[in-house]
Ligand binder design. Structure first.
Ligand SMILES: C[S@@+](CC[C@H](N)C(=O)[O-])C[C@H]1O[C@@H](n2cnc3c(N)ncnc32)[C@H](O)[C@@H]1O
Length: 332
């Protein structure tokens, strides 16, 4: 499936599972998943190599797939963006760093920052198995985002994957603004696709617009977010489940759907293509029509394409949740 783990990462992660009791792995993986689903922070459940190993089974494939999907969209929005340096904040095992070099092979330097030494040790072990020089030569920074004196390097691409949830809510806006100051090109924030994850993305988006950032995705505008509770803006990425993951989750199907919310913002100077609308839900397809729920500059809108409008129907029939939808052009 698109956005499954790259071979080098998967085989390196699998080699860390050698000799590990599958029963213990399954228990830890299930515990991790439940804890994160309930909105808990890593520090309460990741304190040993065995815990990180369980993360590699239960969360890494899904967080990788979500971040990779967001990077795909950033590439669509700005073909000119060609980052040379990356700062991966709350890097965990380096998930987003691996997704970044897949998306932009021209990356030359990578810094992974995290407050958890266990995660960073495994991040280093995984990265050393990459054929990509930026990953094998990447640096780790042990530090706490909530400490004002934490020094971070500047980078063309700054990514925070599934880590805002672990910060004190009242500090998120200030931390995101500080990260924006270290960012020379694009800042990407990805969170779980829950109402709480979306709420964090929405307030970070507002703080970034206030700081002068240009929204690249998913929003087709920089106006106030028009979504009203109990609705929330999120997307989905399907990914294959490994055998260990199926056992850990007592899963019956060999895939899972990872829901995520995100925002990507860029510096004004970055050439980016404009979009008219974003598809916010699975399109409804009937024999008579296509129906889309859209985010537009005018607010949330429903767009109906009757089958008799053959050209538009044929053009949009394959449009999917999460894609952008130009009013007159083709979906991309
Ligand atoms: C759910 S994990 C996500 C890891 C990785 N980005 C991914 O997508 O797979 C959240 C990460 O944020 C890190 N984190 C939490 N609070 C932090 C802080 N105050 N400073 C730095 N990192 C922090 C945790 O240690 C953990 O590695």
């Amino acid at each position: 499936m698109p956005n499954d783990l790259p071979d080098a990462l998967r085989s390196r992660a699998e080699s860390l599972l050698e000799g590990v009791s599958r029963k213990d792995l399954a228990q830890r993986s299930a515990q991790l998943s439940d804890h994160y689903r309930a909105g808990g922070a890593s520090r309460a459940v990741v304190s040993s190599k065995a815990d990180v190993t369980a993360y590699l089974v239960s969360r890494l494939p899904a967080t990788f797939a979500a971040v990779a999907a967001v990077f795909d969209e950033v590439r669509r929005r700005s073909e000119a963006f060609a980052p040379r340096s990356v700062l991966d904040v709350g890097a965990g095992p380096g998930t987003a760093s691996w997704a970044a070099v897949e998306a932009w092979p021209e990356i030359e330097t990578l810094s992974m920052m995290d407050s958890n030494r266990e995660f960073l040790d495994i991040a280093a072990e995984l990265a050393s198995g990459s054929a990509h020089a930026a990953l094998s030569n990447s640096t780790r920074i042990l530090g706490d985002l909530t400490h004002p004196d934490t020094q971070l390097p500047a980078a063309d691409l700054v990514i925070v994957g599934f880590a805002l949830a672990e910060l004190p809510e009242q500090q998120v806006a200030a931390i995101v603004s500080a990260l924006w100051n270290r960012c020379g090109g694009v800042l990407v924030l990805v969170e779980p696709g829950t109402p709480a994850g979306f709420a964090r993305i929405r307030s970070a988006r507002a703080a970034l617009i206030e700081a002068g950032a240009t929204v690249l995705a998913p929003c087709p505008h920089a106006a106030a977010c028009p979504i009203e509770a109990p609705d929330w803006c999120h997307f989905v990425q399907r990914l294959a489940r490994s055998r260990d993951h199926m056992i850990a989750k007592s899963a019956t199907v060999p895939f899972e759907d990872e829901k995520f919310s995100y925002v990507a913002v860029g510096r004004d100077a970055l050439p980016a293509s404009a979009i008219d609308a974003r598809i916010l839900a699975p399109p409804k397809v009937t024999k008579a029509e296509l129906r889309f729920k859209l985010c537009t500059a005018e607010g949330i809108a429903e767009k109906t394409i009757p089958r008799r409008d053959r050209q538009a129907y044929a053009r949009l029939r394959k449009a999917r949740w999460g894609e952008s939808l130009p009013t007159k052009g083709k979906p991309d």
